[in-house]
Design a binder for this molecule. Structure first.
Ligand code: NAP
Length: 383
């Protein structure tokens, strides 16, 4: 009997011990959770403080930049423009980050890798597709197109593919002999191509006006304007209007041309109900320019001329032109879209002033270089 009581006592003691142990484990867990929550709150606070310090650092850096720009002679309007542009860039970076995140979640986006590999994007086309593939089956016979600098390179291929899809195309070129040769080449493979060659030297404002007069005298509508012509890295030279040659050709000439053709484009879009398109061929080289933007006061200064910065500046002007024109047309309710595009890399006559350097660059970036039919895809894509 005694031993039975002893056994019951032992069992009770064991049960008590187990219950105690369970309580201890539970308490330890609660304590650990409390510690974790405390640590997380501390970390949150530290992260917030870091964020605030970074925001403070950005604010101070901005204040310092503004001070320096004021000292450099920037007026309040220019400063306001600088601030607005900076805010715009930040917003774009944020959007790009968000797009990248979305991409990571399965939404397709064309990145640098797809540019190299040619992997098709959501549209089914990639950087290895050609303009002919993208426009297959499209009837463009109702669209009149002007392509500047269509006597060679990207412009020539653009004109060829538009003509192939039935569009009447005006080849606007400074060298009409080369342009006529280009026209002959296109018509040999496509006898029904509707092509006209008109003289246009974009480095001369007089020539731009003369081109528009001639175009207007043809009484044609205008749906699409491809501002493609360009020069790159040429030695310092002034145009006949006394403007640095790359800026005069790549931007000023196209700026005037677009303005003079705009009424026709607006009227065409209105009467046909077909959205008009303006495409400015820009370049990734627009990054290579003064951090203060376009230096209008120093454009023609031969002493500080840098051929690469001058090209970058002219290509930045192409983008800003497209952006502002697009905003104004939207505001006025005109049915015309304006885009600027970096077409990709292709060895063309554009490299004539920098052939050795471009060939050297191509050696290390060869995977990113394309053929003309592939490059033009990007321009066509934006149409
Ligand atoms: N190739 C690339 O890798 C690349 C990269 C980024 C951006 N881009 C841009 O793409 C566009 C086309 O370049 P591309 O590579 O096709 O070069 P391209 O073969 O040299 O073609 C340029 C065209 O512009 C014409 N042009 C030059 N100055 C002119 C002027 N004052 N008035 C009228 N036409 C003029 C040229 O005529 P001439 O034959 O008489 O010189 C030529 O027909 C350019 O805007 C360039 O900045 C090209």
């Amino acid at each position: 009997m005694k031993s039975k009581e002893a056994l019951t006592m032992k069992t009770l003691e064991t049960k008590l011990l187990i219950t105690e142990k369970k309580k201890e484990v539970k308490l330890a867990k609660v304590e650990a959770r409390r510690e974790d929550a405390k640590r997380k709150a501390e970390l949150d606070l530290r992260m917030l403080a870091l964020k605030q310090t970074k925001a403070m650092k950005d604010l101070l850096a901005e204040e310092r930049d503004i001070m320096m720009m004021r000292t450099d002679g920037m007026d309040e309007d220019q400063l306001a423009w600088w601030k607005e542009t900076k805010a715009d860039i930040m917003a774009r970076k944020k959007a790009a980050r968000e797009a990248r995140d979305a991409s990571a979640q399965g939404v397709e986006e064309m990145g640098i890798l797809s540019l190299i590999t040619g992997k098709p994007g959501a549209s089914g086309f990639g950087s290895a597709s050609t303009a002919e593939q993208v426009t297959a089956g499209i009837d463009a016979s109702a669209l009149t197109v002007v392509v500047t600098g269509a006597s060679s390179g990207i412009g020539l291929e653009t004109a060829r593919v538009f003509a192939l899809r039935g569009a009447p195309v005006i080849i606007a070129a400074r060298n009409t002999e080369a342009a006529s040769e280009a026209k002959k080449c296109i018509t040999e493979s496509n006898p029904t191509a509707r092509l006209d060659v008109l003289k246009l030297d974009l480095s001369s404002l007089k020539s731009v006006r003369a081109f528009v007069d001639q175009f207007n005298s043809m009484n044609l509508p205008l749906n699409i304007l491809i501002n493609n012509a360009g020069v790159m890295l040429c030695p310092f030279q002034l145009s006949e209007d006394n403007v640095e040659m790359q800026f005069a050709t790549n931007h000023l000439g196209h700026f005037l041309l677009t303005n003079l053709l705009l009424d026709n484009m607006k009227a065409t879009a209105k009467s046909t109900g077909i959205e008009g398109r303006i495409v400015n061929l820009s370049s990734i080289a627009h990054h290579h320019t003064s951090p203060k933007g376009i230096q209008f006061d120093e454009l023609n200064d031969k002493k500080i001329y840098n051929d690469k910065m001058a090209y970058g500046q002219s290509k930045l002007a192409n983008i800003l032109h497209a952006k502002e024109l697009s905003r104004r047309l939207r505001e006025e309710g005109d049915n015309i879209t304006v885009n600027s595009v970096h077409p990709g890399l292709i060895m063309t006559n554009l490299m004539r002033h920098s052939l050795a350097m471009m060939k050297a660059i191509r050696v290390v970036t060869y995977m990113m270089w394309k053929t003309a039919p592939q490059v033009i895809l990007r321009a066509v894509h934006w149409i």
